[in-house]
Design a binder for this molecule. Structure first.
Ligand code: BES
Ligand code: MN
Ligand code: MN
Length: 457
């Protein structure tokens, strides 16, 4: 074993409780970016993040964005050394699900498993990368390491692109590494070479001014929920999931034979997928088709169709208004601006009374699958977990990725540490020491590789 690896193992043993204490302090700040009542907590999270960086001996600042702030910081070791920026987000999803077995914002540590909202998405991975970076810096690696911790990722990064223009506070790196993606299963690491984009929409329909008796008015009264249901049915086929908006699939990039092969080799397993997410059945049981559907095909989903009576029993009213919240996951080379136009035009044709609003756009991302950075990531994952990663695409979206690519035009790599059963956005979210310690080894190895590669191009 090399001296570097021997020191690394010692470092992991020495720093486990520090990692756990810090993760606990982060999870206990309910940094729910979506919730207007948590604005102060989100800021407190940014301040805690900056303080943690400073306590590790890095420079750090909280940067205003116009929305929730973000944290930028790092170590500068020399102008000739390459610079890597590690991106993570410290905001989290709401945690009101009744299935929580604990207070989601009370960190619980149980035999190497860490419970609480944000443990895996994305505070645990953020802290994992930080501890590895501290080790790398202490070893004297010729590498500048920067951190960019966003607090608006879970709301679509509305101020991120603009904030990146502040080059003094957020200098352009030579490459970016992101730890905010998931493995295929708990024994199959994955490197993401693409992310889906997103177009979120709200459709509302008002047909009156108050609920009316459905016996007295029904038949003549227009029902906004029925009309919105018609809009849904005109947009997506319920059984196949096929999107019916004219022109929707026009720009979809078919994935290559190489990609298909690497999907098939990824070890993706349908029963495990169903178990991890608690599904009773799926639209298809064919593994290749499931992978294609969740990674490489666009979708139309309804998140909420609301209005009318929701209390106990059935109240016989015709509601006077309704709202539909929906989103479309987009894949390379679809453009959300164009899809929004297609959607608006289609809805206007189906029902001109429906008001359509955009609630956020994220461009899909196509990343690197070859080259020295990818090889370095592969090597890092092997060193951390003793297993070769599979190349996949991710079905989820990270708004900041495309903004960084546009602003900096540098390679962006993914070193994800979350597992399907960790429960992104789900009740009883968790992270674990196996992923954290393997992740620290992987990150430390990646940093050593970057230092060895020097400044490319
Ligand atoms: N970490 C996820 C993105 C992700 C999900 C990557 C699954 C790989 C696999 C991120 O925190 C997230 O949840 N993004 C949101 C963005 C949205 C709220 C604008 C998403 O994908 O829904
Ligand atoms: Mn995330
Ligand atoms: Mn998330």
């Amino acid at each position: 074993m090399s001296e570097f690896n021997r020191r690394l193992l010692q470092y992991l043993a020495d720093n486990r409780s520090r990692f756990e204490d810090l993760l606990g302090s982060m999870v206990e700040v309910p940094s729910v970016s979506m919730d207007p009542e948590r604005v102060k907590d989100v800021r407190r999270m940014a301040e805690l993040g900056a303080q943690i960086l400073k306590d590790f001996g890095a420079e750090a600042q909280v940067i205003e964005t116009g929305g929730h702030p973000l944290v930028s910081g790092g170590w500068t070791t020399g102008a000739k050394h390459p610079t890597v920026t590690i991106y993570n987000h410290l905001d989290v999803q709401p945690a009101q699900e009744p299935e929580w077995k604990q207070d989601p914002f009370a960190f619980l540590k149980d035999d190497g498993i860490y419970h609480g909202r944000g443990t895996t998405d994305d505070k645990g991975p953020a802290l994992t990368a930080l501890l590895a970076a501290k080790f790398a810096i202490d070893q004297g690696l010729p590498l500048n390491i920067r951190f960019l911790w966003e607090l608006e990722e879970e709301i679509g990064s509305p101020h991120f692109a603009k904030t990146l223009r502040n080059r003094d506070a957020i200098p352009k790196p030579d490459s970016v590494v992101i730890s905010d993606t998931i493995w295929i299963s708990n024994d199959q690491p994955a490197i993401a070479v693409g992310l889906r984009g997103l177009l979120a929409v709200r459709c509302s329909l008002v047909t009156g001014s108050k609920d009316a008796h459905s016996g007295v008015t029904g038949g003549a009264a227009r029902n906004p929920l029925v009309e919105l249901a018609e809009v849904v049915a005109a947009c997506v086929d319920a059984k196949s999931g096929r999107v019916k908006i004219p022109g929707f699939y026009r720009d979809v990039l078919p994935f290559s034979a190489t990609e298909r092969k690497s999907f098939l080799r990824s070890g993706f397993d349908v029963p495990r997928f169903m178990k991890a997410y608690g599904f009773q059945s799926l639209r298809t049981k064919n593994a290749a088709e499931v992978m294609e559907r969740i990674w490489a095909k666009p979708t139309f989903e309804v998140h909420g169709l609301t209005g009318g009576y929701q209390g106990p029993g059935v109240k016989t009213v015709v509601p006077w208004k309704g709202e539909l919240k929906a989103s479309m996951r987009l894949v390379p080379n679809q453009r959300p601006e164009k899809v929004f136009e297609l959607f608006t035009r289609h809805v206007a044709k189906v029902n001109p009374s429906v008001k359509v609003e955009c609630d956020g756009m994220l461009h899909p991302f196509k990343g690197w699958s070859t080259g020295p950075y990818v090889e370095a990531i592969q090597q890092a994952i092997r060193a951390g977990f003793g297993k070769d990663p599979a190349f996949t695409r991710e079905g989820g979206s990270i708004g900041a990725v495309v903004s960084m690519e546009k602003a900096w035009k540098v390679p962006i790599l993914f070193l994800g540490l979350s597992l399907p059963e960790h429960g992104y956005h789900a009740p009883n979210e968790r992270f674990d020491w196996r992923q954290a310690s393997g992740g620290m080894k992987a990150f430390a190895t990646y940093f050593a590789e970057l230092a060895r590669m020097g400044r490319l191009g």
